[in-house]
Structures are given as C-alpha cells and as structure tokens.
Design a protein around this ligand. Structure first.
Ligand code: HEM
Length: 419
C-alpha cells in the first residue's frame, strides 16, 4: 500500500516537473509574449461544456464570439498568445492585427491551414476547404471560374424570384407578418438561392415536398437537413448514425444519403443529356470544367460532389445569418433603417424591380451589409499553423512595434471580430 502511494506521488511529481519544464520552454520560445496560461487547450465544440471561462483553466466555449476584441484590448496587443498544459504543452496565437493577418493569408506555404481539422468535411469527397498545397491549388483553379459574373446574375435574378414568391404566395395580402426569429425566413431564402445557383434546381416556398420515385426524401428537405444538421454528421461517429439511434440521427443519415443520390443523378443527367443546355449554376460550371481537360478529367465525380457540397455548407448559414443580423440591427436602429429605405427609393423611385446591372447603385445597402459583417461576422476565426519557425509583427498599446516569435507547429487563428 505504502509503495503504491510512494509510486503515485513520485509519478505525479515527475509529471509536474516535466510539465513545468515544457511550459517554461514554451514561454521562452515566444519571448513571454502576453496572453493566457491555461490548463486546457481550446476544446473546439467540446469547449461549450464550459459556459464561462475559468481563470488559468479554460477560456470557455465560444470564446472568440463572446469576447470579440476584449482579450486583445486587455492584453494591449493585437496578437495574444495562449499556452495550454494538457494534454501536451501547446502554444497558439489569436491574431487581430490586420497587417499580420495579411501576412498569414498571403503566405500559404508558411501558414497553411490545419487540413486534419477539416477532414470531417470531406465525407462526400475531397474539396477546396478540406485541402491545402497542390491539391488546394488544383481545386481553386477549377472552382474559381464557376463564381462568374453569369453566376452572380443568376443569384440576383433567382433571389428576386424567391422574394416575389414569398411576398405574393406566402405572405400575400396580410398587413403584418410576425416571425419568432428572423432566421426562420433568412435560412430558407439562402437555401433556395443555393439550391438554384449551386445545384441548378429551383425550390419554392410552398411545393417541392413530393418525394420522387426511388427516393425517401424530397430534394428540398434533404438539402435543408444536410445544411442545418451538418454538425450532427461531424460529431456523431458513422457507425452510430448508421444504427439510427434517434429520430434526428435517422433523418441526418437519410438526408446525407439522399442528397448524394440527388447530386449523382444530376451529374449523370447533365453528362448524358443529348442537347447541352447552357447553365451557370456552380454544379454545371464545375462539370464543364471537369470535362474540358483533354485526355482526362480534372475532377472525379467524388471530387465534384465534395466541392459542390462544401459550397452548400460554406454558403448557406453564412449568408442566412448575415441577413438575419442585418434585419436585427435595422430593427434596433430604425433611423438607419429609414436612411436605407430612402436610399433604395432614390435609386428606384418608380418602385420597379432593380436589375443585376444596377447592383452597384445600392451603395447604402452594401454599407449596411459590411457594417453587419464587421459587428457580427458569421465566421469568427480562421485556423492556420506555422509550417516553420517564423515571426509576426504587431504594435502594442503605445504604438511600438512588437516582434512575436512563432515557433514551427504553433496554431494560429485570425479573428474577424474587430470591435
Ligand atoms: C456572408 C457570407 C460569407 C462569409 C462571411 C464567408 C466567410 C469565409 C471565410 C472567413 C473563409 C475562409 C478564408 C480563408 O481560409 O482564408 C471562407 C472560405 C470559403 N468560402 Fe465563404 N463566406 C461567405 C459566403 C460564401 C458563399 C455564398 C460561398 C459559396 C457558395 C462560400 C464559399 C467558400 C469557399 C469555397 C471557401 C474556401 C476558399 C478557399 O479555400 O480557397 N462562402 N469564407
């Protein structure tokens, strides 16, 4: 018994000594740059267990969202370090300095994205978000042209159609509309736009719920469940989803299977169509790009699925929540709402539907969106890491340059909450 206790104490002592030495080294490696010294690292989604920060233990869940610029202001510098002791002593930096962010984003080889953290997003196939280096360059080269002027025009025209459908056929002649939460309106708007601009499939507010032969779920529902419950797919292991333990898990499993089968059907239909229709949705543009290369395809069907799916994930909630915050802020600041309304009226005094060519005239609308994105960015931080020993430069509260040593392997995330 006594021996066991002695062994236990000695082991604990050894761990404490080892952690202390490693911690000191980590501090030395970053020149003691100011920041958090914690027992636990950023726990990702699991961090939400800790609703609030616990000093010297954890920053708590949603730290970047809750704290916005506050940590940078408190430490008096726009790059804040964090050294966590468990499970391994690890250093990371949060970066709010625009110059340093530019340095990180323009030097992808020195500051790549941690691809392993994105692996879960590749279940439909390899894609632009879950890749880096040569593979990312290849996806970027093929996918970038899809975001063309013609696709922008499609987004504009279809958004007008979706809104008219809402006003005429859903809200009708009612004098006032009440919704519990603005996302109830903005999520479907964004989803319907992605449906047509991404997949070339029109979806409307009222119909599209008929399940076609050979399917178990309507396209609209599959798109909706996949898009809003993607985190269930990310967090729940595949075997558990397959077992379908809860109603939600069953619905997620069916939706993912169904969306894949709809996408494959669309790809097949477009590849085998006798008469090629000129389309500017992202899926068609990617398909065209895949077929252009002589002597081989540029994207396999699986990569095509992976990329089109990632456009859905990247584009749906980001735009829906930006719209939602915009409505919320306009409701809170009604004088700004009035200015926006008057500006729109000055651009189209006769109240007709504006065309895509007139988009640039809506400068005030654009300013309102930019201000919303500044205050409530839907993507609050973007992860990267240092591929080599390097430095970043920022300024302290006194306006003096501070050179921050960034050892190889250090995790970095740049913050988009700048106020
Ligand atoms: C308000 C709306 C949006 C916001 C705030 C937003 C934000 C972001 C951010 C912060 C990144 C990471 C950039 C980086 O890693 O350097 C990103 C990447 C990306 N976004 Fe968006 N996004 C929005 C809308 C969209 C839409 C509508 C689509 C597609 C339909 C889209 C597709 C993508 C893709 C494909 C990437 C990866 C690009 C690459 O790695 O080259 N996003 N977005």
């Amino acid at each position: 018994m006594q021996t066991t206790v002695i062994l236990l104490i000695s082991t604990l002592l050894l761990i404490v000594i080892q952690k202390t030495l490693e911690f000191r080294r980590a501090e030395r490696d970053i020149n003691g740059h100011p920041g958090f010294r914690l027992l636990l690292p950023n726990l990702g989604p699991l961090g939400h267990i800790f609703k609030k920060p616990i000093p010297y233990v954890t920053r708590g869940g949603f730290a970047s969202w809750r704290r916005k610029y506050a940590d940078f202001a408190e430490y008096g510098v726009d790059i804040v370090s964090s050294i966590a002791i468990f499970p391994n002593v690890s250093t990371s930096f949060s970066v709010a300095d625009p110059g340093a962010i530019k340095e990180i984003t323009t030097h992808r080889l020195r500051f790549p994205k941690p691809v392993k953290d994105y692996r879960v997003l590749a279940f439909f196939g390899r894609n632009i978000v879950a890749s880096e280096f040569d593979e990312w360059k290849r996806f970027r080269k093929i996918t970038a042209p899809a975001f063309s002027e013609r696709n922008n025009k499609l987004v504009w025209d279809e958004t007008v159609r979706i809104m008219q459908d809402l006003f005429d056929n859903v809200w009708g002649a009612q004098s006032a509309i009440e919704v519990d939460h603005a996302v109830e309106v903005t999520l479907p708007i964004a989803l319907f736009v992605i449906g047509v601009a991404g997949f070339g499939r029109r979806i409307s507010w009222k119909d599209d719920l008929v399940v076609p032969a050979g399917h178990q779920m309507a396209f609209k529902d599959a798109l909706h469940v996949v898009s809003t419950d993607v985190f269930v797919k990310l967090l729940v292991p595949g075997w558990m989803l397959n077992m379908g333990l809860t109603k939600r898990m069953r619905s997620v499993k069916t939706a993912f299977d169904e969306l894949e089968s709809y996408m494959l059907e669309m790809i097949r239909a477009r590849k085998t169509a006798e008469k090629k229709v000129e389309r500017h949705d992202l899926l068609s543009s990617l398909l065209d790009a895949s077929e252009e290369e002589e002597g081989g395809v540029k994207l396999t069907d699986q990569e095509l699925l992976g990329n089109i799916f990632i456009f859905l994930v990247a584009g749906h909630e980001t735009t829906a929540h930006t719209l939602c915050f915009t409505f919320g802020l306009l409701a809170l600041y009604q004088d700004e709402q009035e200015k926006l309304y008057q500006h729109i009226k000055s651009v189209i005094p006769d109240g007709r539907i504006p065309t895509y060519a007139e988009m640039d005239l809506f400068t005030y609308s654009m300013a309102v969106f930019y201000e919303t994105l500044r205050l409530f960015p839907p993507v609050i931080s973007v992860p990267k890491y240092a591929a080599e020993d390097t430095t970043l430069v920022t300024k302290n509260a006194a306006g003096e340059n501070v050179v921050v040593p960034v050892p190889r392997g250090t995790a970095l995330s740049f913050s988009s909450c700048m106020f």
